[in-house]
Design a protein around this ligand. Structure first.
Ligand SMILES: [Zn+2]
Length: 390
């Protein structure tokens, strides 16, 4: 089953992706600062090749969504690939962009939150991403220069492609319904991850959103709640009764949920046994009698790494940092092909890809190893909770 909610669909055809990308605004803001910013960003994106639409229809790629920061209105997409930028005006730059911007991002159902304020030295623009990344453009720039830089930050994120659809097939061999030695190892590894206490979400989604909007957010972002980090371990055993996989097979933690309690197969831990490229969908083998949970949005990244490096036996992702780590150049959103490819490329460039530590800009680390134990033994103690934001 491919998950859909109402008219929202996660599928985009190749032809749609190749067509000229479009932009529209959800509203004409009355606030002069917001109007100046939205006009400027729209101009810069048109200059970067986007076509501007008078109204945001179902097929629009990017929506500029001006909001009242005190009461952000949700923007409900007709299609999941639409990238929504919530834009709010502040009287001055905030000292705590995460605490100010993250609830706006989530309430507006946006993919990115942009907070603009006017200073004596020109506009200051603060970004907050879904992965809790935050960084600033300006002040000290002319408007033209500022909008060009903002567009440069926004465009790669807006054009990245999510692979968050799941197809559940109830063909998991019965011998694996209660897991195996590896899934039992994941329970301990999940506890290690939990013990690192890396950026526990300061904003429980349930407190910020209505249940309707929570459902929208979960489908949209492919998350089962905001819980950070994930882990996986390669499955090397037989798979009787399952079609020959055309790529790596691995156990991976579910999206969201409590990483310290990775027990139930099909719910806390999923067996990933394929990636349907045409539908941008991960294929999961599950036992027949469970209501399966979605696999972590980073499943596509792990798929690429396992596929390329037969010696990688386990992968851990944390929202923490190790000094001196090389990082991706762009902070692509979680669950996109672009994030997965740029992480896979950094892993490839390491002296030993099977024991690699790579950085995801403004986000965290992906660590490969021969096993989960080997990863925690090697680097567990070096990880610090503070991710540099640049
Ligand atoms: Zn992450």
């Amino acid at each position: 089953m491919v998950e859909t909610l109402g008219t929202i669909s996660n599928s985009t055809t190749g032809a749609e992706r190749d067509a000229r990308r479009t932009i529209a605004r959800s509203d004409r803001p009355a606030d002069p600062l917001l109007a100046r910013f939205v006009d400027g960003l729209e101009r810069a994106l048109v200059h970067a090749g986007y076509a501007s639409l008078p109204e945001p229809g179902a097929d629009v790629n990017v929506v500029l969504h001006p909001v009242d920061v005190a009461k952000p209105r949700p923007y409900r997409r007709k299609a999941a690939p639409t990238f929504v930028i919530a834009i709010g005006a502040l009287p001055r730059p905030t000292d705590d962009p995460l605490r100010t911007g993250y609830p706006i991002l989530v309430r507006a159902l946006a993919n990115l939150c942009v907070l603009v304020s006017s200073t004596s030295d020109g506009l200051a623009v603060q970004f907050v991403t879904l992965e809790q990344g935050r960084y600033t453009v300006g002040p000290g720039l002319s408007d033209d220069e500022l909008f060009a830089q903002v567009a440069q930050r926004v465009e790669p994120l807006a054009s990245s492609r999510l692979v968050i659809a799941n197809r559940f097939v109830t063909d998991l061999p019965e011998s694996l319904w209660d897991g195996d030695e590896q899934t039992r190892g994941m329970l301990q590894a999940g506890r290690n991850l939990d013990a690192l206490a890396l950026l526990p979400s300061p904003f429980p989604l349930e407190e910020i959103l209505s249940s309707r909007d929570l459902r929208h957010v979960k489908l949209l972002y492919g998350i089962g709640g905001l819980s950070y980090g994930n882990l996986s371990t390669r499955y090397r055993g037989p798979l009787r009764g399952v079609p020959d996989p055309d790529g790596p097979v691995y156990w991976m933690s579910a999206s969201g949920g409590d990483k310290a309690e990775l027990r139930a197969v099909g719910e806390d831990i999923l067996l990933v046994r394929g990636y349907d490229r045409a539908g941008d969908t991960m294929v999961l083998s599950v036992p027949p009698a469970v209501t399966p949970r979605r696999v972590s949005v980073d499943a596509i990244e792990h798929f690429m790494i396992y596929g390329e490096h037969p010696n990688v036996g386990a992968i851990v992702h944390v929202h923490g940092w190790i000094d001196g780590t090389t990082s991706t150049e762009v902070n692509y959103p979680c669950g996109t092909v672009q994030l997965a490819s740029s992480v896979a490329e950094l892993v490839r460039r390491q002296p030993d890809p099977s024991r690699a530590v790579v950085g995801l800009r403004n986000h965290g680390l992906t660590i490969t190893g021969h096993s989960l134990d080997e990863i925690f033994d090697r680097v567990g103690e070096q990880i610090v909770p503070r991710v540099p934001m640049v």
